[in-house]
Design a protein around this ligand. Sequence first.
Ligand SMILES: Cc1cc2nc3c(=O)[nH]c(=O)nc-3n(C[C@H](O)[C@H](O)[C@H](O)COP(=O)(O)OP(=O)(O)OC[C@H]3O[C@@H](n4cnc5c(N)ncnc54)[C@H](O)[C@@H]3O)c2cc1C
Length: 289
Amino acid sequence: MSFECHEPSSVTDAVALGARFGEEGRFLAGGTDLIIQMRRGKVGPRHVMSLHRVSGLDRIEADGAVRLGALVTHRTIERCPAFQGPLQALVESAAVVGGHQIRNVATVGGNIVNASPAADVVPVLLALDATVTCLGPDGERTLTLDGFLTGPGQTARRPGELLTSVRFDQLPPGSATAFVKAGRRKAMEISVVCVAVRLTLDAAHARCQEARIALGAVAPTTLRARAAERALEGQPLTDEVLRRAGRLAAGECGPIDDVRASARYRRLLVETLVPRALRRSLERIGRAA
Ligand SMILES: Cc1cc2nc3c(=O)[nH]c(=O)nc-3n(C[C@H](O)[C@H](O)[C@H](O)COP(=O)(O)OP(=O)(O)OC[C@H]3O[C@@H](n4cnc5c(N)ncnc54)[C@H](O)[C@@H]3O)c2cc1C
């Protein structure tokens, strides 16, 4: 494996290098996906452009909308005071990415661009209706995260484009999020299934006003369970309504059999974990009221 390493010191320089090398270049953030893929021969970039010296992409801004720079690490998300309330699912997902060493260097931008269907932080961002911003020689583009993820390991990012940030709106009152992951063991294990939910209740807290359900590791990309979401909106969230959402979500996903679990087991997990995550969100809204 032979490649040339570049260390741009600004976003402008990184974008210029990205434009110069196109398909032959790869940005390196934490390297926890890229280096492994290079060692295994899955990718073989001729140019690796490290983002370590690029400043300004590691910040979280949380006034009004929330903006995470692409180089924000999972550890930073875990510790961010702004995410301890309704956005708690972000903390729950970041906290189960690998072990401490991984979380100290691995970034949210890498989790998104790597586009693994089993990525843990991506479902939460999808449940938050996040958008991503990419910067290339032709300027800035903002896309919905849903539209950005096009297949396993594939995104709508153009060759050489730098992902600069991910953004979502703060949640209205009466909202909460939850993230639940099933893995084969507690640490250093990618998800067999993961579920992220967001709920907003009406002013009387009697009915669901808006619901989002995102599922990981059960389709070629992280998936919104739209029929299950529709079955919740406008309804009082009784146990039966939550269980029905779980059944609908299980019907919407398309899992495969692999070394980690069978497709059938994954569907059963979705059916169980969706109502569990919804109940957790409801409890959180109740506690905050
Ligand atoms: C032991 C181990 C355990 C793991 N466990 C988990 C887990 O439990 N859950 C989970 O979700 N993941 C897990 N991962 C995967 C990995 O840690 C995450 O996906 C991480 O977020 C990747 O971020 P990174 O900064 O290391 O990305 P990198 O490896 O640096 O990059 C990944 C890809 O994104 C591209 N890229 C990175 N940043 C940018 C940018 N700003 N603009 C354009 N392209 C960019 C790179 O070119 C590369 O193609 C694990 C990995 C290891 C090694």
